[in-house]
Design a binder for this molecule. Structure first.
Ligand code: TXA
Ligand code: MG
Length: 333
């Protein structure tokens, strides 16, 4: 199939494709999502096939308003309602008990809960409204690869496998939404994102953080956490701020090395391939996945050294993604 690139003005075409059970990638403020009608199990199955995603990894249901959540959630507790009012539209995904029989198990991965998100991108909210149904939306990458932050990244992974991509330019946040589980009596953050723990705590109070590394034998709360993630072809190595001088001494003339770091750090690597993370954690989060993908297109690069940030605020999200893509590896003196 030929994958059409649609402009934001062509939402009506995208909505018709969704209603016909086709797959359409859509922009959000975090990363691009792979959309299908969440109420059409045949369409949702194709999402797993196109991504090569394991079928026990449930999908986020993207809505255009809170009323849509009421159709599929068994209950919206007051704290969930408050979070929706405070942070939606935005980079927060909320897990609630599913209303029995309202969604096929292919959406929930057989769990009794379901994840909801109202994205900030207006084009996509218009698409959901026009389609008249919520959209499942995993990140629109091949499973295991860094999430896509441009329509070109989506085309690179899924061209020929999906009906269309709505191109609304590069995403702003660059890391996926914060996932909070409100389906139990102990609210927990399952994935850090741009909505920080401190922001959530103002409404939820005390919060568990449940995105530690789990191995294949454990059952993580967010099934997606047990799979390899964000992996480019090259080996990724995390570099502590204080170690950049040592890295330079060791690899300054090694053409198999790529440098993904802040402006102040890449300046020292004039003879290597570099990709800038900009100046702060906001630009770094927006560019991390694009940077990893940049080196995928350079076959000579075997190792990528990547800058780290303090694990606080948005830095918790950046470091969570980077640590996964590095398989936990750090530069050692
Ligand atoms: O920013 C985002 O959230 C992007 C954009 C497109 O909205 N979407 C996204 O979806 O990152 P995905 O499928 O790549 O990641 C969803 C994560 C997975 O780790 C999945 O296991 C978890 O959320 N998840 C989904 N439903 C769940 C549920 N009912 N219980 C626990 N975890 C769930
Ligand atoms: Mg993903």
């Amino acid at each position: 199939m030929e994958t059409k690139i649609l402009t934001p003005q062509q939402i009506a075409t995208a909505a018709k494709l969704i209603q016909a059970g086709q797959l359409v990638a859509f922009p959000t403020e975090t990363v691009y999502g792979l959309g299908a009608d969440a109420t059409n199990p045949t369409a949702v199955k194709q999402v797993y096939a196109a991504k090569g995603r394991p079928s026990d990894n449930p999908l986020i249901v993207h809505v255009s308003d809170i009323a849509m959540v009421q159709q599929f959630a068994a209950v919206i507790p007051p704290v969930a309602q408050q979070l929706m009012e405070q942070f939606w539209p935005g980079s927060l995904t909320i897990i609630l008990p599913v209303k029995p029989g309202s969604l096929d198990r292919v959406v929930t991965g057989g769990l009794t809960t379901v994840a909801f998100r109202l994205p900030a991108n207006e084009v996509t909210r218009a698409l959901i409204r026009q389609a008249g149904v919520p959209l499942v939306g995993p990140s629109a990458n091949t499973s295991g690869k860094p999430s896509p932050t441009t329509a070109q990244h989506v085309a690179h992974d899924l061209n020929g496998k999906i009906a269309a991509i709505v191109d609304d330019g590069p995403t702003k946040v660059g890391v996926e939404s914060t996932v909070i589980d409100l389906s139990t009596s102990h609210p927990a953050i399952l994935r850090p994102g741009a909505i920080t723990k401190a922001q959530l705590a103002t409404i939820v109070g005390d919060l568990n953080v449940d995105h530690h590394h789990v191995d294949a034998k454990e059952t993580p709360k967010a099934p997606g956490m047990k799979y390899t993630h964000y992996s480019p072809k090259a080996t990724v190595i995390q570099v502590a701020d204080a170690d950049w001088n040592l890295v330079r001494e060791q690899v300054a003339n090694d053409a198999t090395v790529g440098i993904l770091a802040f402006d102040r750090q890449v300046a020292a690597f004039t003879s290597l391939k570099t990709y800038s993370l900009g100046t702060d954690v906001t630009s770094a989060s927006a560019r991390l996945f694009a940077g990893l993908r940049y080196f995928d297109d350079l076959p000579e690069i075997k190792t990528i050294y990547v800058a780290t940030v303090p694990v606080t605020g948005l830095g918790a999200a950046y470091m969570n993604r980077l640590n996964k893509s590095a398989g936990g590896q750090w530069f050692k003196k």
